[in-house]
Design a protein around this ligand. Structure first.
Ligand SMILES: *Cc1c(COP(=O)(O)O)cnc(C)c1O
Length: 393
């Protein structure tokens, strides 16, 4: 079925699915490492790209391809490349666009390991980088060097909720011939579609909202243009960070309910944010839907909703946060986000523990910051749980 002109929720359910010879309602798991050629010429034609088909699962597989088409249509891309994890999608992007002596500009509060792997590994190959506040457009302009090849942004940034203006950043990048990659994990394509705003590549940790059920780890890259798509696929195939068919099957199942899950959790997040904002033990709170959020206008310009991620600080600091995390009963104390279950965590000692303290502070990741991912449970239960835990402080 051609799903290109259908609406988002319909694409979620149908895009990429091909009925097999038995008329299967969902794409089956093709749990096979290799595919037989009809004859020698067929094999040679597949390798030469003269014919379309499957060769070997690291290169392509029907179950994985169904997911790639689905996600690419959701982001309005040319094509998708599924990877073993969100981090392998990140490293595939770095590997593709950076080389010895080239320079990357990135959001300073980017996902911890996305920064960690650059500082500890890509630096070994002579890649240079500047981690800056990418919500500041003038600072981006000033940070561009002759050798800048990539602007890598995360918006909203994790966990500070700082937004970067995707459209304006793309304008700056185009003038300077620089590729723009956006990590769209926090929003999912339901809330933000960076390729429509001029971005070259969007990537996701599928582990979060898109799969949504906290039962797999996975990633994807989606390119706007064929040339970039081909480059990314080549990197993924050589690096061998392909997704597994079983993993792809689970993500294809999870993604169908993305719109329902995000709607429910963001509706609850607004209520949770208002409850926290008015609580005497909360020092500050960042949620794009609150009037107190300084970038609310930008959120409304580039996002279709406010999402379900909340950051807040307790009066006091880490010790108070620790009491809260040790006393919630419904919310799970765990890293990750965007699942059906509500999660709470402390970035300074958990997801962003590997970043130097000074860099953390510069990026706004203070000891008092608590990150809260609102799930799809009944919102009264979520608030009641927070309320009783806050009373223990
Ligand atoms: C989790 C996450 C990643 C990494 O994804 P994995 O699937 O854990 O490898 C990258 N970026 C963001 C914003 C994330 O939240």
């Amino acid at each position: 079925m051609n799903t290109k002109n259908l609406n988002f929720e319909t694409k979620l359910v149908h895009a990429g699915h091909k009925k097999d010879e038995f008329g299967s309602a969902v794409t089956p798991i093709y749990q096979t490492s290799t595919f037989a050629f009809k004859n020698a010429k067929h094999g040679a034609d597949l390798f030469a790209g003269k014919e379309k088909g499957y060769i070997y699962t690291r290169i392509g597989n029907p179950t994985i391809e169904a997911l790639e088409i689905n996600l690419s249509e959701l982001e309005n891309g040319f094509g998708g490349i599924a990877t073993s994890s969100g981090m392998s999608a990140v490293t595939t992007a770095y590997m593709t666009f950076l080389e010895k002596g080239s320079h990357m500009i990135s959001t300073n509060a980017v996902y911890g390991p996305s920064r960690g792997v650059m500082e500890s590994h890509f630096s070994k190959f002579g890649v240079e980088y500047s981690y800056i506040d990418t919500s500041d457009l003038e600072l981006i302009k000033k940070s561009i060097q002759k050798n800048t090849k990539l602007i890598y942004i995360e918006t909203p940034a994790n966990p500070t909720m700082l937004l970067s203006d995707i459209e304006e950043i793309c304008k700056i990048a185009k003038k300077n011939n620089i590729i723009v990659v956006v990590d769209n994990t926090f929003c999912s394509p339901y809330l933000q579609r960076p390729l429509d705003l001029g971005v070259d590549v969007v990537l996701h940790s599928l582990t979060k909202f898109i799969n949504g059920h906290a039962d797999i780890v996975g990633g994807v890259l989606i390119a706007k243009e064929p040339e970039i798509y081909n480059k990314l696929r080549k990197t993924m195939v050589y690096m061998g960070c392909n997704m597994d068919p079983h993993q792809a099957f689970l993500v294809s199942r999870g993604v169908k309910t993305l719109a329902l899950r995000v709607e429910k959790s963001q509706e609850s997040a607004m209520k949770v944010a208002k409850f926290l904002e008015n609580h005497s033990k909360i020092e500050w709170i960042k949620y794009p839907g609150l009037d107190s959020f300084s970038q609310k206008k930008l959120a409304e310009k580039q996002m279709f909703g406010y999402g379900s991620m909340i950051s807040f600080g307790l009066i006091g600091g880490f010790n108070e946060g620790k009491i809260l995390m040790d006393n919630v009963k419904l919310a799970t104390l765990a890293v990750s986000l965007g699942g059906v279950e509500t999660l709470i965590q402390h970035p300074a000692s958990m997801t962003h523990a590997g970043i130097a303290k000074n860099d953390k502070l510069k990026a706004g990741i203070t000891d008092s910051l608590v990150r809260f991912s609102v799930g799809i449970e009944n919102v009264e239960d979520i608030i009641k749980d927070l309320k009783q835990a806050l009373e223990m402080i």
